[in-house]
Design a protein around this ligand. Structure first.
Ligand SMILES: NC(=O)c1ccc[n+]([C@@H]2O[C@H](COP(=O)([O-])OP(=O)(O)OC[C@H]3O[C@@H](n4cnc5c(N)ncnc54)[C@H](OP(=O)(O)O)[C@@H]3O)[C@@H](O)[C@H]2O)c1
Length: 269
């Protein structure tokens, strides 16, 4: 397989850096997206050390115009696009009924976790369709599969993302693969930030809160970023069938959505 051309959002976070390692090992040329230039440079170094070719690009996907700007730049570059890994995301803790769970909170989460990846996918379609292995991979969450306390805004945004991904997989079958991952709690800065929030308010240690998160995972352990990256590469290098995998930790992969039979005929455009 020739090295793929990839767009990776959230490249500088916990899962993003593990994806940099995995994509670098393939020699991939990767557009790396995030808000912080400094963190992106660290991601670029990591990808480069692993053997990849980094192209860092700062963008705030919380801004409604950002997806269009990113897509225009990637498509105008003309070097092709095989995989779009939509991994950037934010979480905010806000119990329904609390002052924090206001309109702005819900809209922020929907913008970054749903509208940005949806719009970016749509705008990148011409590039992805031009590739014989064009695929979109969404990093959703176990929060897309059920409810949990304090994260209604986050869960809603991830339910929206997964629902859209499932429909897009059907609409685009035969043209572009659309697949998704639903990890449970991952050992990453996002989880650390949530645990710190709880630790500060309860007087418990960060480690004790993280241990509790691990116990909440079906495996009893936190999912590692490397596990997510490995599952991502499995989907991206496999058949473009529209699979959804749940990652409970401990290296397990549960098929939530088996995907579309390869023989299914494409729907009318
Ligand atoms: N951690 C978990 O337990 C867990 C579980 C299931 C699913 N997930 C999902 O996995 C994905 C990655 O999570 P993670 O754990 O790796 O989180 P993380 O370490 O907090 O990384 C988040 C990444 O997204 C980028 N990002 C955040 N807001 C952005 C914005 N407005 N515009 C552009 N980039 C933005 C961050 O870069 P900058 O801050 O520099 O912008 C960073 O690269 C997310 O979609 C998350 O919802 C995480």
């Amino acid at each position: 397989m020739t090295a793929p051309c990839v767009l990776l959002t959230g490249a500088s976070g916990g899962i993003g850096l593990a994806l940099c390692d995995a994509l670098g090992a393939l020699g991939a040329r990767v557009w790396l997206l995030g808000r912080s230039e400094e963190r992106l440079q660290a991601a670029a170094a990591r990808l480069g050390e692993a053997g990849g070719e980094p192209r860092p690009m700062t963008a705030d996907l919380g801004e409604p115009g950002a997806a269009a700007e990113v897509a225009t730049r990637v498509l105008a570059d003309g070097s092709g696009l095989d995989w779009a890994i939509q991994n950037a995301g934010i979480v905010e803790t806000a119990p329904v009924g609390s002052a924090a769970a206001d309109d702005a909170h819900a809209r922020r989460l929907m913008q970054v976790n749903f509208h940005a990846p949806r719009e970016l996918t749509q705008r990148l379609l011409p590039g992805l369709e031009a590739s014989t292995r064009g695929q979109v991979l969404f990093v959703a969450s176990s929060a897309a599969l059920g409810g949990a306390p304090y994260v209604a805004g986050y869960a809603a945004s991830k339910h929206a993302l997964l629902g859209w991904a499932r429909c897009a997989a059907l609409d685009l079958r035969g043209r572009v693969g659309v697949q998704a991952l639903c990890p449970h709690f991952v050992d990453s800065p996002m989880t650390d930030a949530g645990a710190r929030f709880v630790a500060d308010r309860t007087g418990r240690s960060l480690e004790a809160v993280k241990e509790e998160y691990a116990r909440l995972n079906p495996s009893g352990t936190l999912v590692t970023p490397a596990e997510v990256a490995s599952a991502a590469l499995q989907l991206l290098q496999g058949e473009r069938t529209g699979q959804v995998l749940e990652l409970p930790g401990g290296g397990e992969r549960v098929v939530v959505e088996p995907g579309i039979a390869p023989s299914a005929s494409p729907p009318p455009k």
